[in-house]
Design a protein around this ligand. Structure first.
Ligand code: ACO
Ligand code: AKG
Length: 381
């Protein structure tokens, strides 16, 4: 389906900020540089790269990222507090997210303030950031649980005071995509000509769907992380959002998708959170076909069972021999190891492939296939 966006779609990546907030995940300064370089090279538009208020060490790794001179815009996360913003400026950063608590539960129980105080906090922090010439995204933490009319007021203040966009955060990942679309549409209608970003969490497994729903509601910036890393169950995954926009919505955001699996592996290793083989888009085995009907179909035309070619995300296709194999798949597996099989031979081997696969509880490796083939020739002798 082609969904023509009203404006260009910008992809932000927050692997180095929200991704690193995953409990127990730490990136070294060297890993941050390698990740940032790769994201930049593939064409990601903006990198949220850390939290200068955390201290000297964090600031020096952010400074090192600034010194790379990447094409992507670097942005930092800040509470809407002048010392936080000052810390960002000290790193050479020129774009900041200034975060407000916007739901009543957070305003009353976390920061112990009032809605009026938050409005004043916004004016003060934004005024300071703009007086220093910064690009400003106003972050609405817990926006999905906030009163919509209050959010509208904050967005209006943000717009009037020179903010560049508003970030709608589904901080707890509680929305369904229909409600996400409705809320973002209501806000973009209430405050027109003001860019909105959608930042979705995956607590209910809906982050990618919600990111797309936010976009369908009018958001032009989408926040993502590689592998969906992030607080608790994570964020909308970069690879899923980019490929879903491309395949499901017909929108090419200008990112080199062939590099998605490489960045996924890099972040998987650096975060010490291995990527499941079945992970959508970048899992090592999402283009493996064992079942007879599927292998046969893919051998005739890959588009029969593949939503896009594996090369498009830097992966490759595998036809695998196992418990569910059919004749055509078995012929192909043997062809790949240089043993041409007739259909009759493949049919004879099928039962042996099935029982061997059940014994080893997995797919057959080339040496297993050769051994089974030898039993066939022995039987014939
Ligand atoms: C939803 C998100 O992901 S938001 C991003 C959150 N990321 C992180 O927390 C990671 C990095 N954080 C840190 O290093 C620290 O928490 C710091 C440097 C930000 C603050 O450290 P500390 O001063 O020691 O405070 P601590 O972490 O215990 O508590 C957070 C403080 O920030 C305040 N705070 C939280 N959000 C905001 C906000 N938007 N505006 C102003 N203050 C805020 C809290 O009220 C609390 O202050 P209090 O102790 O006066 O009540
Ligand atoms: O305040 C922001 O801009 C982002 C905070 C965040 O990561 C979230 O609310 O999930």
């Amino acid at each position: 389906m082609n969904v023509l966006p009203a404006k260009p779609v910008f992809i932000g990546d927050t692997t180095l900020r929200d991704g690193e907030q995953t409990a127990g995940v730490v990136f070294s300064a060297k890993e941050k540089i390698a990740i940032a370089r790769k994201l930049d090279a593939m064409g990601v538009h903006e990198l949220e790269c850390g939290i200068p208020a955390m201290g000297k060490e964090e600031r020096s790794s952010i400074r090192a990222l600034v010194d790379l001179g990447l094409s992507a815009r670097l942005i930092t996360w800040n509470r809407a507090l002048i010392p936080d913003i000052d810390a960002s400026i000290s790193c050479g950063i020129t774009a900041v997210d200034i975060s407000l608590c916007v739901s009543d539960i957070m305003i009353e129980n976390k920061i112990n303030k009032s809605r009026e105080w938050v409005k004043e906090q916004l004016r003060r922090a934004l005024g300071f950031a703009k007086s220093r010439g910064l690009y400003v995204c106003v972050g609405g933490e817990d926006a999905s649980r906030a009163d919509l009319s209050f959010l509208g007021e904050l967005m209006q203040i943000a717009k009037e005071n020179g903010a560049d966009r508003f970030r709608f955060c589904d901080t707890l990942g509680i929305l369904d995509p229909f409600t996400m679309q409705e809320k973002v549409a209501a806000l973009t209608a209430a405050v027109p000509q003001f860019d909105v970003e959608v930042h979705a969490h995956n607590d209910l497994g809906l982050a990618t769907a919600n990111a797309l729903a936010g976009f369908r509601g009018g958001a032009s910036y989408i926040s993502t992380t590689v592998n969906g890393l992030g607080e608790r169950a994570g964020n909308a995954a970069l690879e899923e959002v980019v490929m879903a926009l491309k395949v499901a919505c017909g929108i090419d955001v200008g990112i080199d998708t062939r590099r998605l699996s490489a960045i996924s592996r890099l972040v998987g290793k650096a975060s010490n959170r291995g990527v499941p083989a079945w992970k959508a888009v970048v899992g090592e085995r999402v283009f493996s076909h064992e079942s007879g009907v599927h292998a046969d179909g893919v051998l005739k035309n890959p588009a029969i069972y593949e939503v896009f070619p594996p090369e498009e995300v830097g992966l490759s296709r595998h036809i695998v021999a196992g418990k569910h194999s059919g004749t055509n798949g078995i012929v192909e597996c043997y062809r790949q190891i240089g043993i041409p099989l007739s259909i009759e031979e493949a049919q004879k081997l099928m039962a042996r492939v099935r029982s061997a696969s059940q014994l080893i509880k997995g797919p057959l490796q080339p040496q297993d296939l050769i051994r089974l083939h030898e039993t066939l020739t022995l039987a014939a002798a």
